[in-house]
Design a protein around this ligand. Structure first.
Ligand SMILES: Nc1nc2c(ncn2[C@@H]2O[C@H](COP(=O)(O)OP(=O)(O)OP(=O)(O)O)[C@@H](O)[C@H]2O)c(=O)[nH]1
Ligand SMILES: [Mg+2]
Length: 319
């Protein structure tokens, strides 16, 4: 196993795309071996810029990502994309959608695109995405793009992995309201009104701009609202400029460092919770805790019993 690690790590560091795909699959499966792999490549990860793109289903995130990739590729950047697929972990419908939407880059080895199912992760989605980004970073992808649908708590957690978060909305009725409800207003660094070619775009632009002025922004950064039409690339140049400016600003102000430290803290917490739960499950399965549950439970207070089991066995199980 150790050899396999060393070999995989070496291929990863050399930028081998198949090794990268395999390592990301391991991360997605929550394979504990990933920890060892990441330890080996640690010195090489941590420098990539992570840009998140989120927004309602069908708002044009993938089309926009495709355009961003086009610009960044022309600057010579190597890119890794993780598209979190909310809708179809079984059929792969949207996975295909993402691939098709970004297909222009399918034969470009400078672009690595990977879809990740949002469901069936037991809360490990953010951890899987974080590991995937680190792996792409180690494999020499200096720019990582994260696409998620801004719906649930787990997608919000995923977005916290990004240095710069782009929130996409469209003139489709209700989108702006949806965004606020979903609580992603807080995490937005740049707002996009996509599908600017459709009626109502100007109205949503004004609403969003007023909302942002009222509720967001610090002395150094007021999130800009940018109109784009991803299908025709209109406004994309401006969006690239805004992402760049935000990146430069947070690097210079120390905000980037603060975000990364906060992220590490959250990551350690998540690992502790994930591992503690796993140890408890194992102990319940394998007997140390199981005995407690095999007695007469008719009159038992479940909370008291759970406490007794935890107090008696967690340390032992952790040992
Ligand atoms: N009219 C118009 N259509 C657009 C624009 N951008 C994207 N679309 C179309 O909107 C549809 C959805 O685009 P996607 O890029 O797949 O949207 P998405 O947000 O990635 O979708 P999910 O990942 O499924 O949530 C496609 O049919 C696109 O061609 C735009 O600027 N104008
Ligand atoms: Mg998409």
């Amino acid at each position: 196993m150790q050899m396999a690690h060393a070999d995989l790590a070496e291929r990863l560091l050399a930028g081998d795309v198949r090794a990268l795909a395999r390592a990301i699959r391991m991360a997605e499966d929550r394979d504990p071996e990933v920890a060892g792999l990441l330890r080996r490549v640690r010195g090489r990860a941590g420098s990539a810029t992570v840009v998140g793109v989120t927004g309602p289903p069908g708002s044009g995130k993938s089309t926009l990502c495709d355009q961003l990739i086009e610009r960044w590729r022309s600057q010579g950047l190597k890119i890794g994309v993780i598209a979190v697929d909310p809708s179809s972990p079984f059929t792969g419908g949207a996975i295909l959608g993402d691939r098709v939407r970004m297909q222009r880059h399918a034969t470009d080895t400078g672009v690595f695109i990977r879809s990740m199912a949002a469901r069936g992760h037991l809360g490990g989605l953010a951890a899987a995405a974080r590991e995937a980004i680190r792996l792409m970073d180690a494999a020499g992808r200096s720019l990582c793009l994260l696409e998620t649908v801004g719906v649930g708590q787990s997608e919000l957690e995923v977005m916290q992995t990004a240095d710069t978060t782009v929130v996409v909305t469209t003139p489709v009725a209700g989108d702006a309201v949806q965004i606020i409800k979903a609580g992603i207003l807080e995490i937005a660094d740049v707002f996009v009104v996509n599908k600017a070619d459709l009626p109502g775009a100007a109205k949503i632009y004004r609403e969003l701009r007023d909302l942002v002025r009222q509720t967001k922004g610090s002395a150094d950064w007021q999130p800009p609202v940018i109109m784009t039409s991803a299908v025709s690339a209109e406004g994309v140049e401006e969006l690239v400029g805004a992402i760049d400016r935000h990146g430069e600003l947070i690097a210079a102000s120390g905000e980037l460092e603060r975000r990364r430290v906060a992220r590490l803290r959250a990551e350690v917490e998540a690992i502790v919770i994930e591992r503690a739960a796993e140890r408890a499950r194992r102990a319940l399965r394998e007997g140390t805790m199981k005995q407690e549950l095999e007695g007469d439970l008719r009159d038992v207070d479940p909370y008291a019993l759970a406490e007794r089991i935890l107090n008696g066995h967690v340390k032992e199980a952790a040992g």
